[in-house]
Ligand binder design. Sequence first.
Ligand code: GDP
Ligand code: IMO
Ligand code: MG
Length: 423
Amino acid sequence: MTVDLLLGLQWGDEGKGKIVDVLTSKYDIIARFQGGPNAGHTLEFDGIKHVLRTIPSGIFHEKSVNIIGNGVVIDPVVFVKELEGLEKFNIDIVSRLFISRKAHLILPTHRLLDAASEASKGKAKIGSTLKGIGPTYMDKTGRNGIRVGDIELVDFKERYRALADKHQSMIDFYNVDLEYDLAELETEFFTAIEELKKLTFIDSEEYLNKAMKEGKTILAEGAQGSLLDIDFGTYPFVTSSNTTAAGACTGLGIAPNKVKDVFGIFKAYTTRVGSGPFPTELFDEDGATMARVGNEFGSVTGRARRCGWLDLVALKYAVQVNGVTALYMMKGDVLSGFDTLKICTAYEYKGKQTDYLPYNIEPENVTPVFVEKKGWAADLTGMTTYDQLPAELKEYIEFIERELEVPIKVVSVGPDRTQTIMK
Ligand code: GDP
Ligand code: IMO
Ligand code: MG
């Protein structure tokens, strides 16, 4: 069998967790392929709201196996807290969650390095979640990292010490104010490592390819969004992994010709948390309304998310880079009540209009060009079929489909599993 991918097309927080949970009943295996605890994927069902960080969003379904792939970076301390949060659900974690030996570990000093690096950047800071993501991927590509499989080696502690000592001198080099008690952080880390050892470590590329031969279905769950991709995002204001479709191949060990559908998720408007350019950002009452109605606060850091109109230039780019075959539109309900909605269809760039995402999208380089669409007043949150949706929303959807040349297959009208309309 083949693999389907589910990816965020904007700057993250599109609603990936909700949709993976909705789709899981169709798949045998759900696999995360990149990112780490910088992600916060929210699921809501039966009156319960749950935020997952490193654990795939299929964990609540009895029949599916969940895999943390080699492309993911794992902080054992955050991971164990995540497991504790799941205890009340009585999930048989040991038989349902496997971890790749090739996934890299986030050390306490990676987190400190993240903080030191951001502090040293001053106004130019990335707005990182400070979970140690950047420093851990730097050690991975620099060939210094420590992997989950190393926990099984007799000299794991010595390897840890050597890397942590090196980090210590790097932290000193930054020469910024940072208060921490490393001994305490290390005790917490090694206690969490003991807990991690209770889970099954696998060679996930072998496991997944064997599963495919046996006819099993796999859904790869992306984290972050395409515009945060290390190569194709708004560099340097990005995360440190490939969040786009190719990342699923390297992050799981799956060949490109095994990928079938690519589901691209986007919000009916745009949000971004952290620093970096955002051409359609709103600083007025409309933006404040989106933030309030959409409850736009980071699921990990609680930071306010910046809000703006839908940006089709950026979306077109993401659709192209990922080879999206079907679109899922989230949070349409948040736009109810606006008299007029704006959609950005092009940028004014160097005196010309372009619908291609240029190299520089800072405010001084691009001005968004908008079309206006009539809004709708109806509350969508109780609607269950496409036919029930207001005519203006259908026009909004069909306009996006025409512009992006990809069908919108799902319209989400609320955070709950049940508030999902299949078109
Ligand atoms: P993810 O990182 O892509 O999984 O997204 P997050 O969980 O960080 O953020 C999405 C937020 O929107 C969460 O609080 C979801 O519960 C919520 N959400 C998802 N879909 C909808 C929707 O259609 N309508 C509304 N109002 N909220 C939604
Ligand atoms: P999910 O999977 C939204 C952003 C941070 C920062 C930049 C770099 O929930 O959609 P990092 O911690 O990776 O060094 O931060 O990326 N960022 C996210 N924004 N959703 C996420 O994940 C994010 N993960 C990282 O805010 O701007
Ligand atoms: Mg999120």
